[in-house]
Design a protein around this ligand. Structure first.
Ligand SMILES: [Zn+2]
Length: 376
């Protein structure tokens, strides 16, 4: 027998209302609010519950066993209203199959960027020994896990590369050209210097942590973006927030907005430690920081839906369309003060924040855990 659920009176980010009908996990109908009949009706009328396509977090660490950079998939996925997570290089060729095995048991959709270091984040200086970059192993992993691996990851900062300098990035570039997969490059402290790193990136490659407040970042002290950044944007390089424990600065984000640097994807760089103790907590909390910065709700939601889906070349994950498997996030915009802390310890008070209420991931509904202090 068909399971038919009518989600009545949901609000779109453009302010209009609709009913959504989900049958056996497939979006079966989209109508005016109040017009859908039959099945189990869940009535959201007068609750100001928003719906968007399922949120996508383009930078997470989803391999539970790893410490510090790991966490349980559904804790950082569906339980936070995130339908799809992209693991950003926790795994290299040695153990990508282990992550895939866990992904298959999770409710959250999982995709992965393959660390060019075969050991992945088993240790946090994974590019300090060039022997850990094994091009043949990368090619084999990519061939074996074609529908799982969506790109490569290279972490280009001092504590990761140590004496290897820029060499890992040269190899990442070659592997990207070879496999046809884009590379996400993590930036942080020098060496290597930022002006040496960015010119290697091409259209569809990603700079993650682009709003970090470290000395080696993409902005001058005056707030002016570096030429390497504006050049990279012009040639189609993708910018990803990757908030993390140490990589998001309000001051830098304000400079970026003032200088009209485009907002491509908001992502969390979430793992156990920064989920439980902050400053990340959740993708919703990171998104709320961009509402505080003055981006519209539509811009903020697009940065975790259409923009991420377009980068993934999976448009079906970024739209609400009859016939598609349901990937949806239901959320509220709570109009109440919220303390927002960046990675530099800078605290701001926002006047509204996002709270995930539920999510359909790959057709299955999961209610979200609401943090107790967020209830009232
Ligand atoms: Zn990360």
């Amino acid at each position: 027998m068909t399971e038919r659920i009518v989600l009545r009176g949901l609000k779109r980010v453009d302010g209009t209302y609709m009913d959504l009908v989900v049958e056996d996990g497939i979006i079966a109908g989209i109508t005016e609010a109040g017009a859908s009949r039959g099945g189990d009706i869940i009535d959201y009328t007068n609750t100001e519950t928003y719906v968007s396509s399922g949120w996508i977090d383009l930078h997470v660490h989803a391999f539970e066993e790893f410490d510090p950079y790991g966490d349980a998939i559904d804790k950082i996925g569906v339980e936070q209203g995130v339908a799809t997570v992209v693991d950003a290089g926790s795994m290299g060729a040695d153990r990508i199959g282990d992550l895939r095995g866990q992904a298959e048991r999770a409710a959250t959709n999982v995709l992965a960027l393959l660390n060019i270091s075969k050991i992945g984040l088993m240790r946090t200086d994974e590019l300090s020994d060039l022997a850990w970059i094994d091009p043949a192993a990368v090619r084999e992993a990519v061939a074996e896990h074609q529908d799982f691996i969506v790109g490569l990851k290279a972490r280009m900062s001092r504590s990761v590369v140590r004496g290897s300098g820029i060499e890992p990035l040269k190899q990442a570039r070659a592997l990207s050209d070879d496999t046809g997969l884009p590379v996400m490059v993590h930036i942080g402290s020098a060496p290597p210097g930022i002006e040496e790193i960015v010119p290697y990136l091409q259209r569809h490659d990603v700079i993650t942590h682009y709003l970090n407040g470290k000395a080696n970042n993409l902005f001058r002290d005056s707030g002016e973006p570096l030429r390497v950044l504006t050049d990279a944007i012009a040639r189609g390089v993708h910018l990803d927030v990757g908030h993390g424990t140490a990589s998001f600065s309000f001051k830098v984000a304000e400079s970026a907005k003032r200088h009209h640097i485009p907002l491509h994807t908001i992502s969390s760089d979430i793992y156990r430690g920064n989920r439980l103790n902050g400053p990340v907590y959740s993708l919703a909390r990171v998104m709320s920081k961009f509402l505080y910065l003055g981006y519209s709700l539509a811009e903020v939601v697009a940065s975790v839906t259409t923009h991420a889906a377009d980068w993934l070349k999976k448009p079906e994950l970024g739209r609400i369309q009859a016939g598609d498997r349901a990937n949806l996030t239901l959320f509220e915009v709570r109009k109440e003060p919220i303390e927002l802390t960046d990675s530099e310890g800078d605290v701001r008070i926002g006047h509204q924040h996002l709270v995930a209420k539920g999510v359909f991931a790959n057709g299955k509904y999961v209610a979200c855990e609401v943090r107790p202090e967020a209830r009232h």
